[in-house]
Design a protein around this ligand. Structure first.
Ligand SMILES: [Zn+2]
Length: 70
């Protein structure tokens, strides 16, 4: 009986972890959508933080805008 209980507990734990991971992933995606958009200092376009370039305390949408600023 002891073994069966442990196996059941492990199965339940894995099941919970799987569903928790899904929920956390969704939350992370929501956060990225809500505050990871950055305004380019040159052309005023909004780009995601992944695409944006940070230089001298300012954000740029692309290398072109970074070069234009000097
Ligand atoms: Zn730009």
């Amino acid at each position: 009986m002891g073994r069966l209980l442990i196996v059941l507990l492990v199965v339940v734990l894995i099941w919970f972890l799987f569903f928790r991971k899904k929920k956390v992933k969704n939350n992370i995606n929501k956060n990225i959508e809500s505050f990871d958009m950055i305004e380019c200092q040159i052309c005023k376009n909004f780009v995601s933080q992944d695409e944006a370039i940070f230089s001298n305390g300012r954000w740029y949408c692309s290398k072109e805008c970074l070069i234009n600023k000097g």
